[in-house]
Design a protein around this ligand. Structure first.
Ligand code: BGC
Length: 493
């Protein structure tokens, strides 16, 4: 148990029109570090394959649009790589939600448990209290029984601390992995991703597994009413503040997006009226080889050393989990070729995980970035010169810029689909967004917004940062599900 926070239910918005890039000129020919006038063309050339022109980005956007269609189609769904999973969430919050809920949030950077109280109070409609629980390495690489026993134990501890062990509160479960759902309170895990590899859970309904673990304890009861992906939770959280929100994105340890699709286009779900949130699972884009021309030797090496080789290839190019490691692999190669550190290679530099994504963010800070870079490289024992630091900072820029560009292209695919679905000349929409990469990296958000604006010029996109996380959204979904279950005025979830 590490932190506790309350009432962080405000959302900050960033308008794409505010975006401007000041540090690096990202033309198609040259990057120049203006701060010290250092010519970095040789690095640009060296990492040429990681720098995408707008033409390539448009091409990726079109490829991704085809993936969306394949995932939705009856005949193409089984072989589609981008799974387009129906979520059974049919609308964003309408403000009528209320109640006292528990929310579990598993699969992001922390395992959190929250109590979410939703009232009709205008000033403070949502009150949240939360605790973060550690999920040790042996649990995320252990057995399903161990994992769900741990979750049930933490939930028991939380209820005890809240003095609600005698109550049977409705629970919303944010489970940030691909799940096949046929209803809100059933979620069959398709595959583990990111750092998780727990045996005996793939192909199983996680609600059943958790219920079993809770029952086995016998010291409290819980009513798990809804399982939502973190993208859906984010869209719902932001939808509470902005009714236009119809896309949810995560750029953190993993990456993914959901959006509201017309039911008539979702072949796998009955009905033609209205919309349903689709969890795209875009992290798997490229798993059928469709991004092979864009993957580099570094991407292949990352994949080979991962827990799930051949899977989540787009995620491995774009998400936070792999950013630091991509940079490290590039530095090792450049050092071996004598292009950095006068060829010095240390055991630290050769150690997997020694450069983390948070280091990439620190190195790219406009003011103290170079000083940070020197500190980080010195810790790796490579005795960097000033030129080395500038060069490494530039490598970081190319790697993180590539990520923002890739996400802009796939998001562009979703936005153009939304625009076509609505049949409008100009799309006005809001994208709810969360994740450590987006939030912590100093330049990432601006670059992403700017590229999206270029790729989808006929749109006004508002990016809404989800400050209170996806669990608030999970509570909204639970609120509506609970109201329907209790036979109160049925509303769409
Ligand atoms: C998972 C998604 C999740 C994303 C962000 C991916 O690895 O497959 O379900 O939304 O990470 O957490």
């Amino acid at each position: 148990m590490l932190t506790s926070d309350q009432n962080r239910n405000k959302a900050r918005h960033v308008d794409v029109r505010e975006a401007s890039e000041h540090l690096v000129v990202s033309g198609h020919t040259l990057y120049i570090n203006k701060s010290i006038g250092f010519d970095l063309t040789c690095i640009d050339k060296y990492l040429y394959s990681m720098r995408f022109s707008d033409e390539t980005l448009h091409d990726i956007k079109c490829r991704f649009r085809r993936e969306l269609e394949n995932g939705l189609g009856r005949d193409t769904n089984t072989t589609a790589t981008v799974k387009m999973l129906p979520t059974f969430v049919r609308s964003i919050p309408d403000g009528s939600e209320k109640g006292d809920f528990l929310a579990l949030d598993l699969g992001g950077s922390n395992f959190r448990i929250l109590r979410v109280k939703v009232t009709q109070d205008k000033k403070q409609p949502v009150q949240m209290e939360s605790l973060v629980y550690e999920t040790p390495e042996d649990i995320i690489h252990g057995s399903g029984t161990q994992l769900f026993d741990h979750v049930a134990e933490c939930l028991g501890d939380f209820m005890e601390k809240q003095k609600i062990k005698d109550k049977k509160l409705p629970v919303g479960f944010t489970f940030s992995f691909p799940c096949a759902q046929t209803k809100l309170d059933e979620a069959v895990l398709v595959t583990w991703t990111k750092k998780f590899k727990v045996s005996g859970v793939e192909g199983m309904d996680v609600v059943k597994l958790l219920n079993k673990a809770i029952k086995k304890r016998g010291d409290y009861e819980a009513d798990i009413m809804a399982v939502v992906n973190d993208t859906t939770g984010t869209m719902m959280t932001c939808g509470f503040d902005d009714q236009r929100c119809e896309v949810g994105i995560i750029i953190g340890t993993g990456t993914n997006a959901c959006y509201m699709e017309e039911l008539r286009h979702i072949d796998l779900v009955e009905g033609d009226e209205g919309r349903m949130c689709i969890n795209t699972e875009w992290g798997a884009f490229g798993d059928d080889g469709s991004l092979e021309d864009l993957r580099t030797e570094f991407d292949r090496e990352i994949d080979r050393g991962s827990l799930n080789p051949g899977k989540q290839l787009f995620e491995k190019m774009a998400s936070g989990m792999f950013m630091g490691e991509l940079v490290r692999l590039i530095l090792v190669k450049m050092a071996k070729e004598g292009l950095l550190f006068e060829g010095r290679i240390t055991p630290e530099l050769l150690t997997k995980g020694k450069i983390e994504t948070k280091h990439v963010s620190a190195i790219e800070k406009s003011k103290e970035g170079l000083t940070k870079c020197k500190e980080i490289l010195t810790r790796l024992g490579v005795e960097p010169s000033q030129e080395d630091c500038v060069a490494v900072q530039h490598v970081c820029t190319i790697v993180s810029f590539r990520s923002a560009n890739l996400i802009a292209a796939t998001l562009g695919g979703i936005l153009t689909r939304l625009k076509d679905n609505k049949g409008v000349a100009r799309l006005r929409t809001t994208v709810g967004i969360d994740g450590s990469m987006y939030k912590m990296h100093p330049q990432y958000a601006r670059r992403l917004h700017k590229t999206v604006r270029r790729l989808v010029p006929d749109s006004d996109v508002r990016f809404l940062l989800s400050e209170s996380g996806s669990a608030k959204g999970a509570a909204m979904v639970t609120a509506v599900a609970y109201r329907n279950k209790m036979g109160l005025t049925p509303t769409k979830v």
